[in-house]
Design a binder for this molecule. Sequence first.
Ligand SMILES: [Fe+2]
Length: 166
Amino acid sequence: MLEIEDIQSESPGTEMIRTILADTFVLYMKTYTVHWNFVGPDFFSIHKLTEIQYGELAGAIDEIAERLRAVHRTAPVSLDGILNSSDLLEFREKNEFTANVLGDLARGHRLISSRASEASKVLEEEGDAYGSDLMIRRIGDHDKASWMLMSYLEGKSTNGNSHKKI
Ligand SMILES: [Fe+2]
């Protein structure tokens, strides 16, 4: 359990949580963007898959932000701050919203999974068992999302469909 004197200043573990929160928020927006803008014969499948995934990401954003507040840290207050804290790039108008953007989403999930793995170890060392557990659960959810996106792309590459780019 965290002692009150341990939580007055930012720790490496909570800094990592803050970065993961920003990454998760940007990936949430990117997933919504694909949900709205995807085009092609698989529109409906991708529309439904991204609906499930942005819903899961929204729940995670809230849980991670509330964890920061529960350990007496601040939660994000601006989109500008979130973008500055994340290494993920937003989609732009020039992006072609076909199967290639699914690979981009999958890479985002894998990045966050990797960061959550590192954060879980640091938080455990800091004595924050709950924060560590939260990060471990994020690994599972991001790996699952990445698997679903990549499975879709693998199916595309073996059946002769033209949507092969990732
Ligand atoms: Fe929708």
